[in-house]
Each structure stands twice: as C-alpha cells, then as structure tokens.
Design a protein around this ligand. Sequence first.
Ligand code: HDE
Length: 695
Amino acid sequence: MKKSIDHTDPAKTMNTTYGTGGETHQRADADTAALTTQQGVVIADNQNSLKAGSLGPTLLEDFVLREKITHFDHERIPERVVHARGSAAHGYFELTESLEAYTTAKILTETGKQTPLFTRFSEVSGSKGAKDTAREVRGFAVKVYTDEGIWDLVGNNMPIFFIQDGIKFPDLVHALKPEPDRGFPQASSAHDTFWDFVSLTPETMHNLIWTMSDRALPRSYRMMEGFGIHSFRLLNKDGKSTFMRYHWKPVLGVQSTTWDEAVKIGGADPDYHRRDLFESIEMGAFPEWEFGVQLFTEEEAAQFPFDHLDATKLIPEELVPVKIVGKMVLNRYPDNFFAETEQVAFCASHVPPGIDFSNDPLLHGRLFSYLDTQLKRLGSPNFAQIPINAPKCPFANNQQDGHMQMQVPKTRALYDPQSLDPTRPRESVKRGFESFKEQLDDGVKGRVRAESFADHYSQSRMFYRSQTPTDKAHIASAFTFELGKVDTPHIRTRMLGHLINIDESLANRVADALGMELPEAPTPQAPIQDLPESKAVQTIGVTPKTLNGRMVGILVAKGSKRSEIEKYESAAKVEGASVKIVAPGREVVLDDGTRIQSDERIEGAPSVLFDAVVSIIMPEQAKKLAHDSSTLDWFTDAYVHCKAIAYCGATDEFILSKLPIKKDAFVTPLSDIEDFINNAKTRLWEREPKVRDLA
Ligand code: HDE
C-alpha cells in the first residue's frame, strides 16, 4: 500500500516538502494573515480536498473545496461587446484656463484644482485577449470624478466615426468582428464582411481613410490624440449654449508605427501598449495630454461647409482653432486589473450640470447604449456602487434594492415627494442638471436622414490630400493590403469605385497594386467639395522630432565595452528616451569583467520594439551572432523601418556586410554618437521606397 502524508495536522506539514510537485508551503503563524473562507473561517489545508481515505472519493461535505471552485467557476463576466481589450490608469485633470463665459460646470471653471480621473484606452474589434497592435480605431475614455458628479468623456483616437446614426452600429460591428460562421479573423478588418458593409455604406468613407492611415497604428497610447467626436453643448449661467468639440493632445506628440512593425510587434509582444503604459508609469514618466476645446455658436456652425451634427465630419482646426484649457496626467497604474480596468463603466450620458448634448443622432444612440450594456456586463443596476464607478462627491437618491445592493438606507421613505423623513435628499433647481431649452422646428416624425449629412467624400478627400507623400503611400498600401484579403471580387471593385470619388490617384495606385481595373465611380449623393488641406490631420507631418518617451535598444554580448554602452545609454536618457540592453542571454560579462543583467534576450526583443538601435559587440561574438536569424532580423528590420542604427566595427564586418543594408545618413559608426542621437529622434522615410514595395 502507498504511504500517504497526514495533512490533518498543520503543525506536521509546516514548511515541509511534499506532494508530487515537491512544493514548500508557508503556513500562517499567530502574527500573519490567515487564509479564510468567504465566511471568515480559517482554512487549515489549502492543498488537499477532503477524501474518504487517501485514494478514496472526494466528499460533498468539503465546503472549503466547493466554495473555492464555485467562486472560480463564476470569475468571468461578459467582455465588452466592443472595446473588449483595454488598459487603464489613474490620474488627474487640471484646468488651466476658465471657460466661465461658456459653462457653469465647475470642472471647466475652477482652475488649478486637481480632480481625480481614470482613463481607459482600448482596441475596438478584438476580444479581451487579442493583440494590442491591430489596425483600428482606439478608444480613449476618461472618467472624471468631478465635484458635481461623474463626467465620462468617452472618445476615440480619431475625430470622426464610421456611421451617422446609432441604428447602424450593430451592423457595423457585426461586419467588423469575426465572421459568424467561421469565427475569424480576430481583431482585423481585412476580410469580406467588413469591406462588403463599408462599400455599401458611403458614410463610412471618412473614418475608413483615417483607419487606413498610420493613425490606426499608434506607437503608444501616450502618443495618440483623443477626440470626443460629437459636438456637445456648454451652458453658461444665463442658459446660453455654445457648441464644444473636445480634444486630448499628447505632450509627447503623435507618433505611429508602420504596418509591418505593427504586425511583427503583435507577435513579439501582444501586450505592447499595455506594457508601455505600465512601464512608463512605473518609471515615473507620467503620460500627459493637453485638454483643448473647439468652441462655436449655432450661427458659426451654419457657415461650415458640412453639418457639425454629423459624426462623420471633423471641424478642421484651421477653421476653429483648438483652445487649450487644461491637462490630464496619468500617474498611477491600477492595483487590480479586474476591479478597476474591467469593471469601469463609462456612459456617454454621464455629464455634470453645465454640459449638455447636441442633436447628433449618433450621440443619441450612445446615450441609450452605454447604460444598457453595463447592466448586461456588470449584471446589476447597482454597478455605480462599484468603487471605480462611484462618484467621489456626495450622492443620494431613492433607488433601492437590486442585485448586489451595498447600501443600507435607514429610512421609511424611499420615494419623492415625501413628508416623513426630513433627512432624505430633495431635488435642487439651483444646483441641478438642466437641459438646454432648445427651440425646435415642427418637424415631421419619420425615419429620416438629414440632407445636410449627404456629403460622404469631401472630408475623406481633404484627409488624403493633406498627407505627406510617405503617409499617402502608407494609406494606398493599407487599402491594397486590406482589399487584397477580400476574396469576393465585386466587393473589391465596389470599394475601388469609392476611392475614385476620394482621390483618383489613390484609386489608381490601389487598383494597380491589386492588378485590377478601375470601375465607374458611384454617383455621390452630394457634390464633392475640394476643401482646404489641413496640416492637423497629418501623422508623420505632425510627429515631433524627439527621443522623449521613445526607446533605444542596445545589443551587447560577452566582452562588450562598458564605456561605450554607458555613453550611449546616458546620451539617450538625457533626451528622455528609455534604454533596454539586449543580449544573447539574460546575463553578460563585459570587457571589464563585470557581469550585468540584460533587459531582454535578442530572440525576445526584435528591433520593432525600439525606435532606434545600437550594436556594441566584439568580433568573436559578432561572428557567432552572424549565424543567428533573430540577430540578422534585428538589423534588417531596423533598416527597413527607416530607423537609426549605430554600429561598431565588428557588427559592420561580420553582420551588416552580409545584409542588404546601405550606409546612409542614418546608419552610423559608434564614434558618431551625436549623429545617432539626432537621427534617432525621427526616421529616414526616404529609405522606405528603396526597401519596400509600397502601393
Ligand atoms: Fe461606443 N460603445 N458606441 N463609441 N465606445 C461601447 O460600451 C456604442 C462610439 C467608445 O473603455 C460599449 O461599455 C454605440 C463612438 C469607447 O469601457 C457600447 C455607438 C465613440 C468605448 C458602445 C458607439 C465610442 C465604447 C461597449 C453608436 C467615440 C470603450 C462596452 C451609436 C466618440 C469604453 C461599453 C471603455 C464602448 C456603444 C459609437 C467610444 C456597447 C451604440 C462614436 C471609448 O455601449
């Protein structure tokens, strides 16, 4: 008979090795916290279930086992129907300029005060476990705990949306998500159903062209803009309304990756954006955005060459400048991902007094949808009591009961009006939320789309024509890639027709690259306007020349020169970059005999994870690494992605010479450290057409 260990007496098994895994278990003593059941009963043995004999069946009586397993079985809640994958951080909002003339909302009138907030960035189409680097719109949702109630600024990283009316949202999302019969592709718009829907829905053309640009491939959440998209109203003390569109402008500037990088990063580090947010906060480089508003009156709006109530239209910054009035700093990563990032519930309808909605029909769809979705996802109308969702100002009402009610109201009178309990809350005309007293036309009730929403191409054209040649090539290549994944010929053809209406040269590039003929362009519903170009919508054109917030990778190996490593490390850090040491192993002995820890092995840290790379290796090691494909890819990819490379003699002799790498201004010897640092702040885009066959 097999011998079994007696676990009934904790004292006998304390800190002993047992079980098949040979684990050592730490037990609580009188001073340390003891493990308990949900009822507070201390658990003596968390390793073994209660059995009838050492090899006998497990007993139903084992409440410790049943409670533990049951809780585990119920750990999952439904993921968000869109924006399922996201990452968040705590921080604060600070107003720098009062908007008192326009609004009574204290959050926009009290300067200098730091108001806590929680911001969640998200990918739209993929599931919770999808990669961070899909080509798509990113969510940019900010929950501000104002003294007058929660303000949820639920925006995106693009200033416009795909559709004009909330009723089309389920169709858009069904077309984008994995196809229902086959269950793929995950986190990708490059498939037939998406392009079928958008090519039949011309109002999507503006958001489409943004999504085909590098704006859909942010280098970091810290380097993307945020937009509320819709026009909101600000209401001042006289009840006067001013329209507002809000913007978040990243202090590090806008930066994107290329498509090839995004694809490779997705394999190397699917948590790329989540890790970046975590690491930047851990190292004290707190992500920061300026908060700006575009303000305009009804009369000014009437002069715009488009309808500002149409969420597929942006208001060019050249037409209505963005007035910077505040900032957001993210300075604390959540303590618990589920409790905070997963359970946070944003609702587009959460606004404090002084802020109101416009009649944008897409916004109105959202005013319903978010509350509804939280009920499904979080399972109870009491989701606002979850700590991350609860206001930080006093709140009280007569809502009662419901699943997971945490409050214990001590009163007979949970209704209003009532005359039994003078301590209960009352409505306040003075401080309460008021809607704008809008004079409405006597319209006819009907399922209609405003005629002023009919122009679907002009702003898409404006976006394309405003871009740098490199951005234009990236956009044409993105359309080619995506349509190249569409198997149904008539969908590709239909889409090419729309591209003609956007810009004929773009349509030609894509058709050529796909080997297709251009069809007839569809007849637009409204004349296409040649609007003035807008610098503000560029990507590469507005990317700042800086190393701040970016990352340099330094390849080292046995015997590498410590002095050179330190020189490059400190030069990059002075410019605000972070540095990672990459080596064949996790420890490496340098020329002075010191043993250092590397941050990554080369196989686990391809150069797509860095903005610029440096190689400091000795000949023996270079000879070895010249046979390693990860090392060869490290240099080739950095070169193909137009990055700065600093190389030592051995790297040049044994590695670079084997690769199709030309010594241009961005491939420099170690001695030219100043050139490297200067180059690393940008990319040599002129290199790209020589190394990649762009559309
Ligand atoms: Fe959303 N959207 N949306 N959306 N949205 C959701 O709410 C919806 C739209 C946005 O980090 C859902 O809690 C409809 C525009 C963000 O938790 C859902 C329509 C913009 C997030 C929903 C839109 C957004 C969401 C899914 C068309 C930019 C993530 C889970 C009428 C201005 C928030 C959830 C977070 C999430 C509905 C269009 C931004 C289903 C019906 C336009 C950033 O309620």
